[in-house]
Every structure is written in C-alpha cells, then in structure tokens.
Design a protein around this ligand. Sequence first.
Ligand code: DMJ
Length: 913
Amino acid sequence: MSEAGGRGCGSPVPQRAPWSLVAATAAFCLVSATSVWTAGAEPMSREEKQKLGSQVLEMFDHAYGNYMEHAYPADELMPLTCRGRVRGQEPSRGDVDDALGKFSLTLIDSLDTLVVLNKTKEFEDAVRKVLRDVNLDNDVVVSVFETNIRVLGGLLGGHSLAIMLKEKGEYMQWYNDELLQMAKQLGYKLLPAFNTTSGLPYPRINLKFGIRKPEARTGTETDTCTACAGTLILEFAALSRFTGATIFEEYARKALDFLWEKRQRSSNLVGVTINIHTGDWVRKDSGVGAGIDSYYEYLLKAYVLLGDDSFLERFNTHYDAIMRYISQPPLLLDVHIHKPMLNARTWMDALLAFFPGLQVLKGDIRPAIETHEMLYQVIKKHNFLPEAFTTDFRVHWAQHPLRPEFAESTYFLYKATGDPYYLEVGKTLIENLNKYARVPCGFAAMKDVRTGSHEDRMDSFFLAEMFKYLYLLFADKEDIIFDIEDYIFTTEAHLLPLWLSTTNQSISKKNTTSEYTELDDSNFDWTCPNTQILFPNDPLYAQSIREPLKNVVDKSCPRGIIRVEESFRSGAKPPLRARDFMATNPEHLEILKKMGAASSIDAEDGLRFMQEMIELSSQQQKEQQLPPRAVQIVSHPFFGRVVLTAGPAQFGLDLSKHKETRGFVASSKPYNGCSELTNPEAVMGKIALIQRGQCMFAEKARNIQNAGAIGGIVIDDNEGSSSDTAPLFQMAGDGKDTDDIKIPMLFLFSKEGSIILDAIREYEEVEVLLSDKAKDRDPEMENEEQPSSENDSQNQSGGQISSSSQEVDLVDQESSEENSLDSHPESLSPADTDNAASLSPSEQTSNPTENHETTNLNGECTDLDNQLQEQSETEEDSNPNVSWGKKVQPIDSILADWNEDIEAFEMMEKDEL
Ligand code: DMJ
C-alpha cells in the first residue's frame, strides 16, 4: 500500500487515502461496492464470469496473435488485408497517422495488458522484442500527445510490471531497467516540443530532428488541443520519479499551470484548442469529450498519484463548472466558455464515454450511472457507440474505431456499485465485438455502424485498453497475478505504481503558482461522499436511476429542448430555433432583426440560430444523399465477417427498400463493362465486377444486366483509393431515364475491391451479399465449410433479385453530358458516409416520430415538444424538397447580413476573455 499524500477518504481527519482502493478501481472515494450492492440485477455466477473472462482472453489472442503474425514490426495491423500499416506505404489518413512512429506501436501499447491477462511468458518475449527491434530515432513526425500516452506510457507500464515480476522471483530475472532507459530516451526526444514561451508543447515533433531543424518538417503549428497539452503529467512525473531526472515532471507541470491560468475566469471552463504562443483560446467551445477529455482526467489522477492538493483544487473547480453547465443529465453537451448557458453543439462525441468512469473516481455516482445508461441505450441501438450522435440520438458520425471508453466506465461503475447489471453490459460488449467487428485477421473498426461495414484498421488502444478493462471486469482478485489496486491507470490504461508518490518527490511543489494557494477552498470536497447518500438504504438505487432512461433513445425529443422548456415554463417566449424558421413568416423575420442587437440574451439566441442554420443546412444537404451500402463476403473462409463500405447508385434496385441480393462474383469482359459483354455465360446469374472508367455507370449497368448479371460492383480504377481516405460518393445516372436498370449496383474503392479480387484469386468462388446493412452472421453461415455451387446459389432466394417489386427510386439528377469525355465520365455525387442525418428512407419512415420525439424522465413528451414535432413533421412530410428549398435558400443572405453582428459578438468574446 502506498504512502501517497493528499486528502482522500476518511473524513474528518485528513489522513492518508486508502490507496489500495485508489488504483484498482481508480475509485479513490469509493468503498468496495460489492458490499454496497445487495439486490437488483441477477448476480452472475463465478462460472459465468470465468467463461466471459476466458472469452476475453481468446479474443485478445486473436487480435494480438494476428498483429504479431501479419503486422509486426509495423505499428498497427490492417485486419481486412492482413498486413501491417507502415506509414508512408499507405495513403495518408491525416492526423490519425501521427500516432504511427515506426516504433511497433501496438506491441509497446500491449505490454502491460499481457501481464494483466496473466500472459507472463508472452510478456517476457514481447519485452525482448521491444528491446531488440524498436528504434525511437526514426525520421518521422509524430503527435506528442499520442507518443506520450501510448509509447512512453506503454514503456513505463511495461517497466512497472517488469520490476514487479522480477521482484516476485520467477519471471524477468534478467531485466535491468532496459524499458525505463528507452522511456528516458523517448522523454528526452519529446522535450524540444516544450520550447515555447507558454510552456505548452508543440503538437508534433520529429523523432529524429526535433522541432527546429529544417529537416524536422514541423514546428510551424500555432495551436494545440487542451488534452494534447494537459495529458502529460502522469507519464512525465512517473519518468522523473523512476529515473530521478526532474525535468520531465517540471515541464508537464508548467504546461498544466499555464492551462489553469488561461481557464475562462467566470465559467472556469477551458476551450478545445489554444494558441501555444499567445495562450489565446482558438476554439472556445468546451465539453468533456474530444480535445479536452484527458486534461480533466489527469488533474484528478495527478492528485491521486502525486498527492498534490493543487491538482484536486483545480479538478474540483472545473468539475463544478462541468456539472453546472455541460452536464444536462443524462447528456453532456458542449457549451461556450464565455457564455456557458449557450450550447455549442447539438451532438456528443464518443470520447466522452470515459467521463462516467472519471465521475466514479471523483465519487459522483448518480450522474455517472445516468450518462452511462444513456450511452448504453445508444449502443444497444447501433451495436457500438458511433463517433458522434445527436442529442436526439441519431448517428452524426457513423464510424467506430473500437474505442474502449465505454468499457472503461462500465468497469469502474461495476467496481463502485458491485451491480451485476454492469457485468451484463460487459457481456453485450463482448458479443457485439465478436459478432460485428471480428474478422479472420483480427478485429476491424466499424466504418459505419449503420451498415455494419468495416475499416481496415485496428488501433493499438484496442489492445492497450479494451481487453484490460473487459478482463478486469470479470476477474476476481485471484485471477490477476498482482494486486491491481497498487496501480493507477493512465488515459491509455497503462499501469503506474502508486508508490511513485513518495519517490523523488523533491520537485513536486516547485512550480505551483501563488494563485491557487490563495484560493478559497471552502467549497472543495476533501472527503468522500457518504455511501449512505450514494446508496440511500436502497439496494435498488442504481437501478432506480437507470430505469427512467431505458427508453431515452427510442423516445427522444428535439435537441436542446430541455433549456427551451425551461425558459418556456418560466414565462419567457421560447427563442426561435433554426429548424422552425420560415422566411415567409413576418414574426420570424422580426425576431431575426432583433437578434444580436437588443440584449445579450437576444445575441445569444442569434449566435445559436446561426450555428443551427449552418448545421441544419449541411445536414439537409446530406439528407438528400443516399447512405452508404455494404458488400459482405459470405463464402468460406469469410462467412460474412468482412463487410466492405460501398457507394450506392441513384439507379437500379434500391437496396434500402428490398431484401439483399446474394450471389457469386465474376469479372466481366471487357472489364470496364462499356460494351456488350463477351463472357455473358460467366456473369449470368452472378454479381458482375466491372472497373470504373471509360463510360457512364448506367451504361455499365445496362451491359451487365443484358448479360444476365443479378447485380454489379464497380471497382475504382484509381489504384490505392480506399473508403478510409476518400469520401464515398453515389453513382448517378446518365441524365436519361434509368428505369430500365433493375439490378442493384454498388461502388467499391480500389482497396476494398482488391479484397474481393484477392479472394477470387485465392478461393476461386466468392459469394457476396449486397445490402444496405450487413446481415447478422449466424452460425449456419459459418458452418458452411464449402462454398455452395454456382447452381445452388442461383436457386437460393437471395441468388436472384430478391424482391418481386421492381420499383426504382428515382432521384432528381442533373445531366452531365460534358463529363462524358472525361476518363471518368460517370456522374458522381457525394454520398453520406458520416452523417447520421441521412437515414435510409426505410429508417425514416419506419418510425416517423423517432427523430422528433423527446422524453422527459418519465418517457413522455411535453406539449411543447409535440407542437414542435408536429410542425417539423408537417413541413418535412408534405414535400421535403420544397421545405428544404424554403429553409436553405436564405442562409447565405442571412449570414451576410449578420456579418457585422458576428464581428460585434466576437469583440464581446475577446473583451470577456
Ligand atoms: C485512447 O488512446 C486514450 O484513451 C485517449 O485518451 C483518448 N482515447 C483513445 C481511445 O479512444
């Protein structure tokens, strides 16, 4: 047990915290909650927990084994193409690639997971490989934040457990702090990033050349995110305390001090991005998700690890502000730092799913249960948490890169409440991962949770965090070979020992500013909440908090309604919302004129209105586009596990309205499909593969249809193109009547197309399913050891166009005659790949009220909600295009008129900062 300083549990004497509770659950203010929970969900038997634990181990082996076999020493596994992702050899994905430093990222990030999962032998091998193979001196520009949390954190977590094992006397007897030496080398490589007047680090650094040298190719950036600058203290302090080199902790403290200084003084919130030279907030919106998340996490955990009260003071100040402005239970909504009553967005991002876990650490269980339950409802609807979802729980960004935050919060809530409900939640996560993300070569990120399509990506945090939290959720004390309660989890779930708090702590108070020692701390929580209050003599307490939220996703109300309702009830007229605006309504025009001119409240309404208009406009544009489709490979050895993101066509069979089309694939001759096929016998009754280019998409469709094909897949001729890096588009017609095209047509980028072409080369017969949403894999599918014969496939119901109805959805298209001379003469329009607003027509009509209802905690909509709902439904139902036109048209002119107001508003913001 550690002797860490600071005040924690155990009021009234400010005694040492019972740190054994601190790390394991990271719940420093919680009693072991198994003693708290006494009833509610059915308890899970030890056998069932062990079964689930073994399942997690098997899944880890599948992910780690495939990485080691197909990708190592590359940074990451590409699980669809079964190879390593080497930076520079794949098309750039932008910022995401800044995590890749050619330093075997996944191996380093997995080190301490191996020990937690009791794979000590594999850990020993992995450490040897890191020492033998990893080079930290590559000429590559990496993210300082990602390198810190994943690589420095990974090396330190590995070192922490290596010395623990060595001390136990069986494994790692040869170990001589080699990982720590590597960590120190890496620490020194990151230090030049801090060479700014503010002390905030540059966001990127060249591992070989640093920042300044011309060869560095970085150092011109002016902005960084708050989390990027504020998520260093745990790793840097650990490095200082392990090695005695104080400089790392000093630099990390200085960056934190600067961020604290720059907090917006009246709201006590921080923005998302900050200028590293001037300290001005660049993005003044504030939430607990992307861009800020781990800044808050590290303030509280720095207090836990380092025992420095100033970190707790800062955390509590921010937490108070978060709960006052951002928390709108069960939602956590971004606001403006200087106008914190003004929502900055109408959607939430997936990263905020860590927050309930942090609230457990803080000891604030009720809102943690609420937010977690809301997130779980979203997951139950989409199988995974989409990267972003709206306040009425529609998908906003449809990807899901297998993020671990929700599993993390589930684990901490289970530790805090002991409620077996959270074990059932964990079981669902395991099932969904196996059912929807597992592919023959690992686990693939979801490209689109709505279609079930995959991305060729398995991020290292999946191994660093997901398996750790899932395993620990089901593990009993005796299932782990060391006492996890002696450690704290970093944001990447790396383990740092709590005894560091008393080691080499000479510098811990050096850089404290005078200001926060003068703060009135009478409002700060120094002691833990009373469990009698947390669980007030009611064993069903947690359940009673969750219960009213059970239908929150299915019966959701228009966004932002809570605050509108509040003002309505208080007698004030509700502000004009963008979605309700009608340019023909004189009252609306009058309100518009007033906005920004009369009072600050009007100005707030004006700013919100403008934001909503912009969002609405882009949403509406996307709503007119078709959502992406899925090509699922169902034959051996894929059995439906690989799902490729495909672009839809504006002609042919509409897969969102008809059953999927299933069939074997065959290449057409000529491959471009621009003339009558010379191999009709090969494509007859099959899904024809055609190369993009040389003629219109519709022409290709007609040629393969005439040859007897039951569907078509157009494969991009731009080598290397991929839906990971290029926006998907829908194939438009040729400007003529396309009613004659009855078969479904989908588009695949070159990389996704080659997965099918490679499969043909290897397995000859490849069967696919074309659909709007991947079909659930069932055991039957996987039991089909051999692909069925060609004739069989034609006899299957799915082997033909599946529906008797031959209606084709006509989309108003513009003729693109001039395009026909181009090498890509097809008519293109962007497809909605990432915005939930474009639900498929079937989704839009299956539950017409779904997107407009909201619910109070009793699951009922209020009168106001219904009025708004009716209004918006009438407008949309009558004629969507007309209503779009009416709303979209005036935006530009309105914005132009408002330029002055915006400038005035910005001046106001500046003055207040
Ligand atoms: C992880 O790398 C870390 O948890 C980080 O703080 C943000 N989230 C990713 C995984 O989603």
